[in-house]
Design a protein around this ligand. Structure first.
Ligand code: GDP
Length: 444
């Protein structure tokens, strides 16, 4: 989960204030001391922490808060607002060119996740109806060109390369011409990464930038590197004047320092975050939603968006129809399992639900629920086509065969079939209810 440690600590500290009918200045001081420690431990920039705590304290000690009916809640609200402010208030969208193809220049150190992120971004833009082109400008590592090509194929986006003998500036110019001729309206340029910032790299990036005049210059940063990421951001921004950051690997055990300091230190927005290696694990960064997630207040909007982007609407409508007409089969059940898997790990989804805080999730066995899903899948896949379409024919001997075929126990097969039948029964009741209502309406 995102920033688990920080989140736990803040929730614990603020939880103590929550129920209080009266909050004294001393209570606020105490809480802010703990908040300060938690933020420093999460590797948030020292100056940022100092300012943050000062602002929250000043706002909390005002009479409006102290004399309100729920002072504890008010302090939490202020912390939430100030955390959001730290990260930049609201989402900052990509800049699109008014004329000609939009150019996005991607830069970053080696290993930050740049190549993967280029693919994710291209996929997202394509889904939004754009026609992106991915351009390979890392001429120092032939393997990098190949890796990017594989990523492009994976996301089914056209790929442009000229090998490693031509200068990145010439490649990017040629790529723009190619895009204009072929109707690509977004050009994503991948550049070379180095292990450390070096002058040669910066000079080359500056030249590419000057010759392509990008609408966005995005720096890809690894969230796991904490304050180092912030230093890298400062450096790149000074030399290259970036327009935004993409923060990667937020699914790992990043402490939060980078996400919480970058905006405050560089004044450049985080535009996207990535939360995994799969090509659809890139999200628009919403500071307000991130603050809510950190404070365990949930993030329902992101949850809904994720569901919308993973669920195929046509399939959902068909499913609804099938449920109503009770022609729902085990094949449809399997389809549902597939769709759920696409939404991401269950613990991550649960973390977005308000009220489900980190403490509650501690005992949640992720591998258990994933295992159960795999088991259901194995059982259904061991059924014949006829059995899946008409579960009523699955008698005892068939059940035994299915258990054997799927490497499960008979009780597990029985349980799944019972669940399926219960679901059908429930839908039948809903169906009847609907009909009854219609009939009543007609009588009127
Ligand atoms: P580059 O050197 O900057 O181009 O980095 P790559 O795109 O090759 O990524 C380096 C490693 O980080 C690869 O193993 C990626 O799969 C992994 N990676 C990239 N983004 C994420 C992410 O959001 N989460 C996780 N867990 N791994 C990531």
């Amino acid at each position: 989960m995102v920033f688990e440690n920080l989140s736990d600590k803040l929730q614990n500290t603020l939880g103590k204030l929550k129920g209080k009918g009266k909050v004294s200045e001393k209570d606020v001081d105490e809480a802010m001391r703990e908040v300060k420690l938690a933020l420093l431990e999460a590797d948030v920039n020292f100056k940022v922490v100092k300012n943050f705590v000062k602002t929250v304290k000043e706002r909390s000690i005002g009479s409006e808060v102290m004399e309100s009916l729920t002072p504890g809640q008010q302090v939490i609200k202020i912390v939430n607002e100030e955390l959001t402010n730290l990260m930049g208030t609201s989402e900052v969208k990509l800049n699109f060119a008014k004329q000609g193809p939009t150019v996005i220049l991607m830069c970053g150190l080696q290993g930050a996740g740049k190549t993967t992120t280029v693919g994710k971004l291209a996929k997202k833009l394509k889904k939004e109806g754009k026609r992106p082109l991915i351009v390979a400008c890392d001429v120092y590592r032939p393997a990098a060109i190949k890796q990017l090509e594989v990523v492009s194929q994976q996301v089914e986006v056209p790929f442009f390369q000229m090998g490693d003998k031509i200068s990145p500036v010439d490649i990017s110019k040629a790529a723009l011409e190619h895009a204009k001729k072929n109707g690509n309206n977004v050009v994503i340029i991948d550049t070379a990464g180095r292990l450390h910032i070096d002058e040669g790299l910066m000079e080359e990036l500056k030249e590419i930038k000057a010759s392509t005049n990008p609408d966005d210059t995005l720096l890809v940063l690894d969230a796991m590197t904490g304050q180092d990421a912030v230093n890298v951001a400062q450096h790149f921004d000074q030399d290259l004047s970036i327009t935004g950051v993409i923060l990667t690997k937020l699914d790992g055990d990043a402490r939060g320092g980078a996400a919480l300091s970058i905006r405050a230190v560089t004044d450049k927005p985080i535009k996207f975050i990535t939360m995994g290696e799969k090509m659809d694990q890139l999200e628009v960064f919403h500071p307000d939603r991130m603050a809510s997630r950190i404070l365990g207040m949930g993030d329902v909007l992101s949850l809904i968006e994720r569901a919308q982007s993973s669920v195929d609407e046509k399939k959902a409508r068909e499913l609804e129809e099938k449920l109503r007409s009770q022609s729902f089969t085990f094949d449809d059940f399997l389809d549902q399992l597939e769709q759920m898997k696409k939404m991401g790990p269950i613990s991550e989804l649960m973390g977005m639900i308000p009220g489900v805080n980190k403490q509650a999730l501690k005992g949640f066995d992720e591998s258990g629920s994933e295992k159960a899903m795999k088991q259901m899948e194995a059982i259904i896949r061991s059924m014949t086509v006829k059995e899946r379409a008409n579960p009523d024919i699955i008698d005892n001997s068939r059940r035994k065969r299915i258990a054997q075929g799927s490497g499960t126990q008979l009780v597990e097969v029985n349980r799944l079939i019972k669940q399926f039948k219960d679901l059908r029964k429930m839908m039948k009741q809903f169906g009847n209810f609907g009909k009854g209502k219609k009939r009543r309406k007609m009588k009127l």
